[in-house]
Design a binder for this molecule. Structure first.
Ligand SMILES: [Mg+2]
Ligand SMILES: [Zn+2]
Ligand SMILES: [Zn+2]
Length: 237
């Protein structure tokens, strides 16, 4: 698959349901600012965006702004909407965000990069092995270098068939939670511990295991996706 093609695309960031992230075991969102959360040089995000951010937080996701801009520009905006941030992110390079994820003990595949530009946001997602989600820019830039970049993007996207997300039928009707240890989502009620999947609850605290039954890379009983924290991997050896 092309380095310039996102894993999924949506029209607006606030049209992405938190279920989309939960089902894929994504627990960190790295969000582009300009034209993803707000229009250029607009200091406040739209009301829909604010409500969406709240919903993601409530679902247990950790939210960061991921911006190539300076801390001076990013920090006030981040504070205003109560988010953490990575400034001077050097998108599309993966290293600054890898450092942050590593500090939290989160593997790249449990993070998603969401943005409106192919040559920075999407490419960054692919190079860093995070989930890459493209949204349409909130407004058209018809001036200067950005307009040129947009024309190049259109060339690239001509060959791209947008991949629309469908909820996983295997998990229909399930209430989902994140496991605080391995990061997989799991079916609420399948574990005796609210914050741990049955697998981690078993290895850490001796609760009965699930007796997983795997289909398409996920247990059809508890939803565990096979993720293991380094600590549990050590315990199992
Ligand atoms: Mg942008
Ligand atoms: Zn777990
Ligand atoms: Zn299971």
């Amino acid at each position: 698959m092309s380095l310039f093609f996102p894993d999924y695309s949506f029209r607006r960031v606030y049209e992405i349901p938190s279920r989309f992230f939960l089902e894929q075991g994504v627990r960190v969102l790295l969000l582009d600012v300009d034209n993803t959360l707000t229009t250029h040089d607009n200091p406040t995000p739209h009301r829909e965006v604010l409500a969406w951010l709240d919903a993601q937080r409530e679902a247990g996701l950790r939210l960061f702004l991921l911006s190539n801009n300076t801390p001076e520009r990013v920090a006030p905006f981040a504070q205003k909407i109560g988010l953490e941030f990575i400034a001077r992110a050097k998108k599309p390079l993966p290293f600054p965000l890898w450092r942050t994820l590593k500090g939290m003990g989160i593997p790249p595949r449990q993070a998603a990069i969401i943005g409106d530009q192919i040559f920075t946001d999407v490419l960054c997602g692919r190079l860093s092995r995070c989930l890459s989600v493209l949204v349409e820019p909130m407004e058209e830039e018809d001036w200067g270098f950005l307009a040129t970049k947009r024309r190049w993007e259109k060339q690239v996207l001509r060959r791209y068939t947008p991949r629309q997300w469908q909820p996983n039928p295997q998990m229909e009707g399930w209430e989902l939670a994140f496991c605080g240890e391995c990061g997989s989502c799991f079916r609420k009620g399948s574990s005796q511990m609210a914050g741990l999947c049955p697998e981690c609850a078993h290895y850490l605290y001796g609760y009965p295991g699930c007796g997983h039954l795997f289909e398409n890379g996920r247990c059809v009983r508890c939803g565990w996706d096979g993720s293991e924290s380094p600590y549990i991997r050590k315990l199992k050896r």
